[in-house]
Design a binder for this molecule. Structure first.
Ligand code: CTP
Ligand code: MG
Length: 226
């Protein structure tokens, strides 16, 4: 099997409230995106990494890593799923694609291995997840509790998310055409009726979303180096 990766990095990071999109914030001696990219670039099975950038991006090309021979660029869209679809069109030759958020800088080599091993054995889509730990509540719009949701089988969806290239392209295209709300790749695959598994990934694979997440990511990255 052959593998490519897509790194959607065309978001503006509005919840981070920083002067630059969050993927370009400094983190443990590099930028967030350089961390997210490095494990994908280093993996010997991944032959191409498509970085999806906003039209007005003026930061990526300034990074040393931009010249890496495995990297291709694609133009992002209005929503994350539009950016991923654009990235899919830039894949040259691969059976499988791993989609990984630029905003997840703490990705470990072992989590990529977990996905690739699962693909080699089961030949179907697979994503990383984290099992829900807290008691889950459903409320109305005023915060009045309606009920407790059974936590059994509930997961947080993480990235990377890995699928056959053509399967993901068709699933995203038809979901977008039918106006389905697609927040990750697996939701498009679910909508198309294809099978997909979820595997427990590392708990330090957080997405930097709000300002306070940066300190935690910094701690995870410096710990894993020591
Ligand atoms: N992303 C993208 N194209 C979009 C929107 C998001 O490529 N139109 C990317 C982001 O750059 C990020 C990943 O998708 O790496 C996850 O999205 P999210 O965490 O929501 O990032 P932002 O949309 O940038 O942040 P926010 O929602 O706070 O504005
Ligand atoms: Mg967003």
């Amino acid at each position: 099997q052959t593998y490519a990766a897509i790194l959607p990095a065309a978001g503006i990071g509005s919840r981070m409230q920083a002067a630059v999109p969050k993927q370009y914030l400094p983190l443990a001696g590099k930028t967030v995106i350089e961390h997210s990219l490095s494990k994908l670039l280093q993996h010997p099975a991944i032959s191409q990494v498509v970085v999806v950038l906003a039209e007005n991006d003026r930061w990526f090309r300034q990074l040393e890593v931009a010249k890496h021979p495995k990297i291709s660029l694609a133009l992002g869209g209005a929503e994350r799923c539009d950016s991923v679809l654009s990235g899919l069109h830039a894949i040259k030759k691969a059976d499988w694609v791993l989609v990984h958020d630029a905003a997840r800088p703490c990705l470990a080599h072992s989590d990529i291995e977990l996905l690739i091993k699962h693909i080699e054995q089961h030949h179907q889509g697979v994503i990383l997840g984290a099992q829900v730990r807290d008691t889950m509540k459903r409320s109305d719009a005023n915060g009045n509790i309606l009920n407790t949701v059974d936590r059994d089988g509930l997961w947080h969806a993480l990235t990377p998310q890995a699928f056959p290239v053509q399967q993901l392209r068709h699933a995203l295209q038809s979901a977008l055409m039918q106006g389905v709300n697609i927040t990750d790749e697996a939701s498009a695959i679910e909508f198309s009726g294809e099978a997909c598994s979820i595997l427990p990934g590392r708990s330090d694979n957080l997405k930097v979303t709000r300002p306070e997440d940066m300190a935690m990511a910094e701690r995870f990255l410096t710990q894993s180096l020591s």
